[in-house]
Design a protein around this ligand. Structure first.
Ligand code: ATP
Ligand code: MG
Length: 437
């Protein structure tokens, strides 16, 4: 993309309404603009990050065997009356009436809808297990929307649901998703720690929240310092061998991490004092096993192996895709701006033309741009070098390709790595190879 043809409205001043760094940087880098409290428009670079995160989620869900679907944002109140949650959900639910005075709502989650779809479609235990997910906008009328996309009212969420014929199979699905989540966050280039959690309004027996460690997090967290090293994270198993998944699951859940000091599997007091860490975290995902809660309430049963009717066991699995854009920035920035992990960056590289209009400099920049295509943002503005450096640092591209007239005369490009500040003088071919590696 050429910067002169792009809507990337960066701002130099610190926006007064933004209390935390990710919100400030997302506004300053021109990624989002607020439309109402907790409701945002996503501009080109913001949307590219949102899509990159969603696509990593998709890739890992597919590997774990989950099927993608898309359900509507607007649901009928009657569906939620079947589970009893229409009255129970409270003021966070946005309730709507259509022209026929029918009660509708903007979905805050989709357990009811998918249970109803499965009830219409699946008759036998032989058609289970099944794992389905969508990536769709949700609405929760939060009392205090704040921190930009971290706590919005409208937000983009991956919500997945498992349906199993029995308890053992449901636990295997839950463990598989635990693995998928660890792999997903690892691919995004962030560390998210799985914490034993309460089940809240979803209900159920077993739950983990995934938290990115950041001092600005809303949750207090208690964890074993083993999670800071976690060498084993580099050797996460694949999905083919259930016994490997069980070993991984036991290892991860036996290491202490919780949003309180009273984890019921093992106790905080048993963690050696030197390894106890207290900090703050941003919840970027949560997984639940809740058995037959919805399938019983909504009358979804299948024929079991002995011919009698059984209610399938369910779990649900959320990832805050829009919250992650902010959470990754909370975990990865410096005074100059965002430092995107390569996997989610809106562009792999920015090309900074320091002498726009100089034939040799322009030519080298155009050649770089031709080599990188959509992976590059070409800063072709007739602006001062200082302004280009500042904006590139602010936007956080993993690489900067800096081209001035002196280097261009000998075909040299300066390549800067945003994260480390390392710089090298390279030929066009070598610079391209490094960026595309
Ligand atoms: P929180 O405790 O932060 O309010 P939650 O536990 O109510 O979140 P879940 O029902 O577990 O949320 O939803 C799954 C994921 O969706 C969360 O882990 C979080 O990443 C994301 N999410 C939830 N609420 C919001 C929100 N208001 N804005 C942005 N993302 C959200
Ligand atoms: Mg949650």
């Amino acid at each position: 993309m050429r910067l002169t043809r792009s809507l990337i409205p960066t701002i130099k001043e610190t926006p007064a309404e933004a209390q935390i760094v990710s919100h400030r940087l997302m506004l300053r880098a021109g990624m989002i603009r607020q439309q109402s409290a907790g409701i945002y428009a996503w501009l080109p670079t913001g949307l590219r990050v949102l899509h990159n995160i969603a696509n990593i989620v998709r890739a890992e869900q597919a590997r774990a065997g989950a099927q993608e679907i898309l359900m509507p944002t607007i649901q009928s109140a009657d569906l939620w009356r079947e589970s009893g949650r229409y009255d129970a959900y409270g003021p966070e639910m946005l309730r709507i009436r259509d022209r026929h005075d029918r009660e509708m709502l903007y979905g805050p989650t989709n357990e009811e809808m998918l249970t109803a779809i499965m009830r219409d479609s699946v008759q036998s235990y032989r058609d289970l297990p099944q794992m389905l997910y969508q990536i769709q906008w949700k609405f929760r009328d939060e009392v205090r929307p704040r921190f930009g996309v971290l706590r919005g009212r409208e937000f983009y969420m991956k919500d997945g649901y498992s349906f199993d014929p029995d308890y053992a199979s449901a636990v295997a699905s839950y463990r598989r998703m635990m693995l998928a989540y660890m792999r997903t966050f690892q691919r995004m280039g962030v560390r998210a720690v799985p914490m034993r959690a309460d089940t809240g309004p979803i209900g159920g027996d077993l739950s983990h929240e995934f938290h990115i460690l950041a001092p600005t997090g809303e949750s207090g967290i208690f964890y074993d310092s083993d999670f800071e090293h976690m060498d084993w994270i580099h050797s996460l198993p694949g999905y083919d061998d259930p016994s490997e998944i069980d070993i991984f699951y036991d290892q991860i859940t036996q290491t202490y991490a919780a949003t309180d000091e009273k984890h019921d599997l093992n106790s905080w007091a048993d963690v050696p004092e030197l390894r106890r860490r207290e900090g703050r975290g941003i919840e970027v995902g949560q997984i639940f096993y809740f058995g037959k809660k919805y399938t019983e309430a909504m009358g979804f049963s299948v024929t079991g192996p002995d011919g009698s009717k059984i209610h399938p066991e369910m779990g649900s699995y959320g990832i805050g895709v829009s919250r992650l854009t902010g959470a990754i920035i909370e975990a990865s920035h410096d005074d100059a701006g965002i430092i995107w992990p390569d996997a989610v960056a809106p562009f792999r590289a920015a090309i900074l033309n320091l002498r726009q209009g100089d034939a040799t400099t322009d030519k080298l920049c155009e050649d770089l741009y031709a080599g990188l295509g959509d992976a590059a943002l070409y800063d072709d503005r007739p602006a001062r070098a200082g302004e280009k450096f500042a904006d590139a640092d602010l936007m956080g591209h993993p690489w900067q390709l800096i081209v001035g007239p002196r280097g261009a005369a000998t075909g040299q490009v300066e390549l800067k790595r945003r994260r480390t500040g390392e710089r090298a003088e390279l030929s066009l071919t070598d610079a391209l190879a490094k960026v595309l590696a």
